[in-house]
Design a protein around this ligand. Structure first.
Ligand code: ADP
Length: 244
């Protein structure tokens, strides 16, 4: 994020893509899209396109990494080379390692890990197209994929960012707002309790702006939660005999 006061991102109270300050980009979710993963989800969030897949629970190897009291939750977040304007060098980098870690921790806090001693649950988040907010989109897709895999969880994880753009607190920034804005605050919650499982921030905000940003991100995450529930319901397969 490189704050640039000369870049006009808000004109007459409207953002460059026509949204209000508290309005999310369009979001589409689909669950159960991959045949060979235990669970999967595909999500479009604005121009972001993200696929999440779950493998496991299965026995963790090498054995010395096993925890007899609970499952190990691993997450691999990857930005595809073709997902951004300039080709991204393939493979992990500092950013993807950090995002993988915070996402794994957020997901581990919701999964009933004690049900699976000595096991590993692998979650893969592949960002096919990136336009800011990919960790929120990735986490949202990952928790849908876990639900699709039938892995018991306390709740879904719903995520959304808020931040500051041209001095205004706004929700769910797209790439120009993220690049030239003043602050970015991704958040993930367990919607039923409001518990926060991921909170990061870069840039500068006053305390009042910070509180407003948390409020907007929470509101955004609650809307995402409603969409997650709908996406999961849509995927419930009904057999012809059940319809009769
Ligand atoms: P998030 O995607 O969660 O908002 P960042 O704030 O780190 O994470 O990144 C913001 C956006 O910057 C990304 O969504 C992507 O569009 C772009 N971006 C991130 N890393 C790269 C990269 N290595 N090359 C080009 N663009 C990138």
């Amino acid at each position: 994020m490189s704050s640039n006061k000369d870049v006009v991102l808000i004109k007459d109270g409207v953002r460059l893509d026509g949204r209000r300050f508290d309005e999310l980009r369009e979001v589409k979710m689909e669950v159960g899209v991959l045949k060979r993963a235990q669970g999967s989800a595909y999500l479009e969030w604005g121009k972001n396109k993200v696929m999440a897949a779950v493998y496991g629970p299965r026995e963790l190897y090498p054995k010395f990494m096993q925890d007899p009291t609970k499952a190990n939750v691993r997450c691999t977040y990857n930005l595809a080379p073709f997902s951004v304007d300039d080709r991204k060098r393939p493979g992990p980098d500092r950013r993807s390692v950090e995002i993988s870690k915070v996402c794994a921790e957020a997901l581990a806090s919701v999964i009933q890990v004690k049900n699976y001693p000595n096991a590993v649950i692998d979650v893969f988040v592949e960002v096919l197209q990136a336009d800011a907010g990919t960790r929120c989109a990735g986490l949202t897709a990952a928790s849908l994929a876990l639900a699709d895999a039938g892995i018991p969880m306390k709740d879904l994880v719903a995520s959304c960012a808020a931040g500051k753009v041209n001095g205004e607190v706004v929700v769910d920034m797209f790439k120009d707002e993220d690049n030239y804005g003043d602050a970015d605050l991704p958040l993930a919650i367990l919607p039923r309790t409001g518990e926060i499982v991921l909170l990061q921030m870069d840039g500068k905000m006053t305390r009042t702006e910070f509180s407003k940003a948390i409020q907007l991100a929470m509101g955004g995450a609650m809307k995402i939660y409603e969409m997650q529930k709908q996406a999961l319901m849509k995927n419930v397969k009904t057999t012809p005999s059940e319809v009769q």
